[in-house]
Design a protein around this ligand. Structure first.
Ligand code: 6GU
Length: 225
């Protein structure tokens, strides 16, 4: 999968991309992430990329021309499955959507800043708009990283069998059951006996029951879907 990101603070993303699972995915050639600096298409001596909003009001808006030019340049060489604008007024990202997007070949992400981007870019170029939750971030880069992480780990071959994405919390609309490692007893609390039994089927059943219990208790909304 190839993911291009348009950002006005590309440095924000580099550290995350060069570590952890995302690094491994890129090293294995399963994922390519290119972050493009919007300022490359800024106008004037100061490479301006934002401006005051028409009608007045606090906060700057990312200008249409630099964004349009950068998207045109990228589209000249890449055919994108989707052009996604990361914004708090987008559709909230859920695991199902991440699963679907992980099958894409090429994605273009636009990380907004300030008051957002000129509406005409949304009308002319953007094919979907995505939020990562009901709170406001200072920029779209952190949201882009969240999306890339969620997608990257779903690409076949990125995770090994033990950490398979299929066993994740949320993959079947259930939260994960409790997990334990050594020692068997810690500060008076013991590991549930069933986990030490070696009885695979019973352990599987126990984990499922715990997952359902935990979901009912903490996220009953997930069971409605
Ligand atoms: Cl995608 N961007 C910003 N700026 N804030 C957010 C968000 C995105 N998703 C939730 N809050």
């Amino acid at each position: 999968m190839r993911i291009d990101v348009i950002s006005c603070v590309p440095e924000l993303m580099q550290s995350f991309l060069s570590h952890s699972i995302l690094k491994r995915a890129q090293d294995k050639g399963l994922l390519e992430v290119n972050v493009h600096d919007l300022r490359e298409f800024g106008t004037g001596n100061y490479r301006q990329i934002d401006d005051y909003q028409y009608g007045g009001g606090a906060g700057m808006v990312l200008k249409a021309e630099p964004l349009g030019q950068m998207i045109d340049k990228l589209q000249a060489v890449v055919q994108y499955d989707e052009i996604i604008y990361l914004t708090p007024d987008g559709k909230t990202l859920k695991q199902g959507e991440a699963n679907r997007l992980s099958l894409s070949q090429n994605l273009l992400l636009i990380a907004g800043h300030y008051k957002g981007i000129d509406e005409r870019i949304r009308q002319l170029y953007v094919t979907s708009e995505m939020s990562i939750g009901d709170y406001v971030l200072s920029g779209g880069e952190t949201a882009a990283i969240v999306l890339i992480d969620a997608l990257g780990r779903l690409i076949p071959g990125v995770l090994n069998d033990e950490t398979s994405a299929l066993t994740d919390s949320f993959q079947d609309n259930l939260l994960a059951p409790p997990v334990y490692t050594r020692p068997e007893e810690y500060k008076g609390l013991s590991v549930p006996k069933i986990l030490l039994s070696g009885h695979e089927a019973k352990i599987h059943e126990w984990r499922h029951e715990e997952a359902v219990k935990r979901t009912k208790d903490r996220r009953p909304d997930l069971l409605d879907d």
